[in-house]
Design a protein around this ligand. Structure first.
Ligand code: FAD
Length: 383
């Protein structure tokens, strides 16, 4: 992995060969997926599509073979991700597991949970959701109140999680909960006393209720945990070290190309609709494409840091913040350039309407803009 040393736009030949393979796969696999659904990008989910990707070896690409992975390079993985995002492929079912749950299990439960669960992720058969946010705890994650109490045969978990994307189709949740009242008291170390657990979504006591988002779609959920019993081995890593583990997980969550390629369908529609002789179109779209190019280099740099085992928290926060800024400006730009020419119901019109309602969430999910800027400021010794 060469990271930032890669010349802009250039990837090694094996990556470009893989890109051709992925595009050929997508040309066939996406045939029945209408353009309107492609706007959903990585929120779109199809268990069948995930299984097909698993068969191709495109989930868990960089993971060790002993966990069902394929030991390919981070750059090869990057190529698969960006092609899937550019095509608007329905990768949402396995996305979280491939991005963060699998790596988390291999790192913190390498001999217990990982050998059993991670190969299923790589086959595109096990989907995950993230149980961090709670009704009164989003940005201030250290204030969570859900808790796990030790019992004779394991742990008993009680509490409520909210905004849980994909919980209705997930097989497992990784939940952050309190295992100790240390830290619940604001006078002590607030980051102490939290632990992560693997919870099978079919466990008695766990209830998933849909929350419909402003697009009218069902992505989010509220998940209640009433005396949910899990065995001892479902504790991930060490008791009380959940905060540290979550920090590593969030770096994975914030680092990928999805953080600037969520509105790629709108960009493609604008490029199709652009008039080559219109200097306003050339200037405005040229600027967006240049911004995408820059974000791609920055995002590849973060992938390189992850591959080298470095902590990319600051760089990932920067890419996610800048990516959200570029994407959130696109619906307004589309209206300025094409507002009076997009036929109602055309693919351009649908992409414009979809993006206008989707982009506000980009600076909330995975950490709000203000929180990311706090991380950047801290990383630069500004606070
Ligand atoms: C599309 C989407 C998907 C999501 N999926 C998941 C999921 O799968 N699992 C999960 O656990 N969560 C998920 N979330 C929740 C997400 O992580 C939280 O919404 C986010 O952390 C913000 O928390 P909050 O909504 O409680 O807002 P709050 O924390 O209440 O923030 C409200 C506002 O105050 C600002 N603010 C808060 N604290 C500070 C501060 N210290 N300094 C300056 N400003 C501050 C914020 O920036 C924000 O603008 C998802 C959210 C979205 C939008």
């Amino acid at each position: 992995m060469q990271g930032l040393l890669i010349a802009p736009g250039t990837l090694p030949p094996e990556c470009e060969a893989l890109r051709a393979e992925v595009r050929a796969f997508l040309a066939e696999a996406m045939m029945d997926i209408p353009p309107a659904r492609r706007n959903r990008n990585w929120s779109g989910a199809s268990a069948e599509f995930s299984r097909k990707m698993g068969e191709r070896g495109w989930i868990g690409m960089t993971w060790p073979k002993r966990y069902g992975g394929h030991e390919r390079s981070s750059l090869e993985r990057y190529v698969v991700l960006e092609e899937m995002l550019a095509a608007g492929a329905p990768v949402g079912a396995h996305w979280v597991a491939d991005r963060q749950s699998g790596p988390l299990l291999m790192r913190f439960a390498p001999d217990t949970l990982a050998p059993r669960i991670v190969p299923r992720i790589a086959r595109g058969e096990a989907f995950f959701c993230i149980g961090m946010s709670e009704p009164d705890s989003g940005s201030d994650l250290a204030s969570i109140r859900s808790r796990a109490d030790r019992s004779a045969d394991g742990w008993v978990i009680n509490g409520r999680k909210v905004w849980t994307s994909g919980a209705h189709r997930a097989h497992f949740m990784i939940a952050l909960v309190r295992t100790d009242d240390k830290g619940a008291d604001r006078s002590t170390n607030r980051h102490a006393g939290m632990s992560q657990f693997l919870i099978d979504m079919q466990t008695p006591g766990l209830t998933v209720r849909p929350i419909i988002n402003q697009l009218g779609e069902h992505d989010f959920n509220e998940v209640t945990l009433d005396d949910v019993r899990v065995p001892h081995e479902n504790l991930i890593g060490n008791e009380g070290e959940g905060w540290k583990q979550v920090g590593a997980e969030l770096a994975f969550e914030r680092s990928g190309p999805e953080r600037y390629l969520s509105s790629s369908q709108l960009l493609l529609e604008m490029l199709d609709a652009a008039d080559a002789d219109n200097p306003q179109h050339a200037l405005a779209l040229g600027r967006v494409v240049a911004q995408y190019g820059t974000l791609r280099q920055m995002s590849l740099g973060v992938a390189g840091m992850l591959a080298r085992g470095e902590n990319p928290a600051l760089a990932a926060a920067l890419v996610k913040d800048q990516g959200a800024l570029v994407e959130q400006a696109m619906p307004d730009l589309a209206h300025e350039l094409f507002g009076d020419q997009a036929e109602p119901g055309s693919t351009l019109d649908v992409a414009m309407r979809y993006s206008a309602l989707a982009v506000p969430s980009f600076s909330l999910r995975g950490g709000t803009r203000e929180i990311l800027r706090g991380i950047i400021a801290k990383g630069m010794d500004l606070r």
